[in-house]
Design a binder for this molecule. Structure first.
Ligand SMILES: [Ca+2]
Length: 495
């Protein structure tokens, strides 16, 4: 399938016009050669509707994984204040995410002038109500959390921008709001808006007290910038009610230098991270861009972290740039709130931090000394790590591990990954490692500095050297690993 075949002709035409004055490199496709400015032009020219596929489902064990495609910029996020998460977007330009379908049912429209009424409006919304936010910056005047936090209490409620432009609707917690949005019901959607500057979490997903659990949270096309603790938190109600079958897709999560000064350094040295989920089951994290979630003192939590008994998590096609730890399944050797399951699938294993996670076709890039791990597996049982490109430069610490697995509860199938180094420690159980490359040369890639991790034709250590694995997903340009034998890493080379 030709990469550009799904792009409407008018989009291509507008793009060519808009980029007419931008130098290009004839050795590369237009989408790689044009400048970051052109990324903005691209978004202006090519509406998100040019996406060709549904990205809203996915089950690591389904055996019939959907086509994925998507732009981690999050549905229209041109450069905005406070974060500029869009640099390097071009590495993913062939992907785009479809906009949400038009709202149906009851809709409410709100604007910045109503910001101090929002807590009541959202908390009192009837089931299946869509609240459409007008463009603007929303800043609250009260100092008490009750007047600021948006508690979504009814199932099926959606919060989204009216315009569909995430960068144009900004909810700014100003580091006064502890949690800007709290998801307390099933089938809640939060989409196509910007959330920034929470004291704790930008979004917290948790079943309310007395609930047996909530499901189907959809976080989509968001711009999430700077949060004092983890940007997105998912956890239980401590009454065995959990938050399952959610998704975070097509969003950007980025930390700025200013945001770094607001990180909680009391709970730990660096108590922040991207999405941090405890005990959830069936979540999908796909086509997001995470950037610069690190501290200069202390180690941030992962950009994507599922632990405390999480299960059946799918993490794919994400692009992670300079985050202390990239993707983690499990952490440590125990915990008081670890979820267990009635079917107890691995009865012989004493502690499991994550069950049966699948991490595939992600690109993780590290070039600063505050970065520790690309992919970390700790008591991750049944983990599969396929077709990831974990790239680091000499600027990353010498202790950097591209893929690290540890502790006796870990049993992992790690294949077809391009790395710098794979490490095992702390009695990690025998795992299945094949067809991985360590010390991958930068020359394998078209242009790492520009985040272009497509393979060069000279990358003979990777091309056709992989193994056929089940559920290998789609590569970073949205195609299956089926051009001859699979290539190692997140890109399948085609001449
Ligand atoms: Ca191949």
């Amino acid at each position: 399938m030709a990469r550009q075949s799904a792009w409407p002709r008018e989009c291509i035409g507008k793009l060519l016009v808009l980029s007419a004055n931008i130098p290009t490199d004839r050795d590369r496709p237009l989408w790689i050669a044009i400048s970051p400015l052109a990324a903005v032009l691209f978004l202006a020219a090519c509406p998100a509707s040019l996406s060709r596929t549904d990205v809203n489902s996915g089950n690591p064990d389904s055996g019939a994984l959907p086509d994925s495609g998507g732009n981690p910029d999050g549905g229209g996020g041109s450069s905005g204040d406070g974060g500029s998460p869009d640099g390097g977007l071009l590495a993913w330009a062939p992907f785009s995410c479809p906009p949400l379908p038009a709202a149906t049912g009851t809709t409410l429209r709100v604007g910045p002038a109503q910001v101090n009424d929002l807590a009541g409006i959202v908390s009192g919304a009837s089931p299946d109500t869509t609240i459409l936010f007008d463009d603007g910056i929303y800043r609250w005047s009260g100092a008490d959390e009750a007047s600021r936090r948006l508690n979504i209490r009814a199932p099926g409620v959606t919060l989204r921008s009216a315009s569909g432009n995430a960068a144009a609707v900004i909810l700014d917690g100003e580091y006064v709001t502890n949690e800007i949005i709290n998801v307390l019901a099933s089938r809640v959607t939060v989409a196509e808006i910007t959330l920034m500057h929470a004291k704790d979490h930008l979004i917290h997903v948790t079943p309310p007290s007395g609930s047996s659990g909530i499901t189907s949270t959809k976080l989509y096309g968001l711009r999430l910038i700077d949060s004092g603790q983890q940007f997105v938190k998912v956890n239980s109600n401590l009454e065995d009610g959990w938050a399952d079958d959610g998704s975070l897709e097509c969003s950007s999560l980025s930390m700025t230098d200013d945001g770094r000064t607001h990180v909680d350094t009391v709970s730990t040295d660096c108590y922040t991270g991207g999405i941090d989920a405890h005990g959830s089951r069936g979540w999908v994290v796909r086509q997001n861009r995470m950037e610069a979630i690190f501290c200069t003192i202390g180690l941030a939590e992962h950009a994507i972290h599922f632990w405390s008994g999480t299960r059946d998590t799918l993490v794919e096609n994400n692009f992670i740039v300079n985050c202390s730890r990239g993707i983690g399944l499990g952490l440590g050797t125990g915990g008081t709130t670890t979820r267990t399951y009635p079917d107890n699938p691995y009865p012989d294993v004493s502690y499991i931090g994550d069950y049966d996670g699948l991490i595939r076709n992600n690109v993780i890039y590290s070039d600063n000394p505050y970065i520790d791990t690309g992919i970390g597996l700790e008591n991750a049982h049944g983990a599969r790590v396929y077709h990831n490109t974990v790239f680091s430069t000499p600027a990353a610490t010498g202790l950097y591990s591209s893929i690290d697995y540890r502790f006796p509860g870990t049993l992992a199938d790690i294949r077809n990954n391009l790395t710098y180094r794979i490490t095992a420690r702390d009695g990690a159980a025998a795992s299945y490692l094949r067809a991985n490359v360590e010390q991958t040369p930068a020359s394998d890639f078209v242009d790492p500095a520009a985040f272009d991790f497509r393979l060069r034709p000279s990358a003979t250590d990777a091309i056709d050297k992989g193994e056929v694995v089940p559920n290998s997903g789609l590569d970073i340009v949205g195609r299956p690993h089926d051009y001859g034998p699979p290539d190692i890493g997140a890109h399948e080379y085609r001449p």
